[in-house]
Design a binder for this molecule. Sequence first.
Ligand code: TXA
Ligand code: MG
Length: 307
Amino acid sequence: MTVQDTRVRPFDEAALAEAAALILAGQPVAVPTETVYGLAADATDGEAVARIYAAKGRPSFNPLIVHVPDLAAAAALGEFDGPARELAERHWPGPLTLVVPLRAGAPVASLVTAGLPTVALRVPAHPAMQALLMATATPLAAPSANRSGRISPTRAEHVLASLAGRIPLILDAGPTERGLESTIVAVGGGLRLLRPGPIDIPGAVPAGAGAIEAPGMLGSHYAPTRPVRLHAGERRAGEWLIGFGAVGGDDNLSPSGNLEEAAANLFAALHRADAQPVRGIAVAAVPDHGLGQAINDRLRRAAADRE
Ligand code: TXA
Ligand code: MG
């Protein structure tokens, strides 16, 4: 996380062009949607997505919502069966997020889905976010543009108060209309309400407090089936070693010890390890600062799930 100058620019063509250039260079940019201001980054670029987490100072990885310009773009990334398509046609563009199976080979960074086989998709109605999607021509991952644990921003000045010095640019298009994050519904085996929001979906069954897929619930994350051993300095018999920095291995999260690169590689590395004909997975120590805290949180859970 490098300290940087955060500029607030009124949303116009020049500001949009700058925002698009930053996003295509792998930087996160704050942009209004009809719900709250989002912190958007290229969803196909794991390191760009890692910078969202770094800026928010989030101590863990939640799967993120991917924003796309229309249903056709959504259907390129996720599988839309009858019910999902019906909901999308009725409510998009608008504040509804649909969790659907991730399409095989879809170019979505595994850090976006936290390694899950599903993806959360939404077509936003706000002209600024729509314009940014058109200008970048890439799907945009965007959680609310606030420091982790703070309230969601509905004005550019809220974003600035929370993220000044941590992101390069905030597009300012005034207060958001809805002021509340999108409704999230998981489709498949009936409709499950993962997060209530501006749109009421009749027939969606609330996942309920403590349910595994409620917002931010970490139980929904991908967990390896093999035992995971942390802070490994070397490979023991029957293990697959995921290295970091100087600790080499069968795989390495980041040979140069870069935490953004390590975060971007984390879930793919766990999947690869889990697919090996080995008894266990060992992982080298990752420094516990900045993004390293989120990486270590996820690794502790991966290890604990098998205890
Ligand atoms: O209104 C909104 O939706 C705002 C604006 C910026 O668009 N975005 C937003 O995104 O709230 P985000 O990334 O913070 O929402 C993440 C939540 C997760 O905590 C989780 O509840 C759900 O979306 N989610 C994402 N992917 C999921 C998945 N594959 N399975 C289950 N839930 C998922
Ligand atoms: Mg939020």
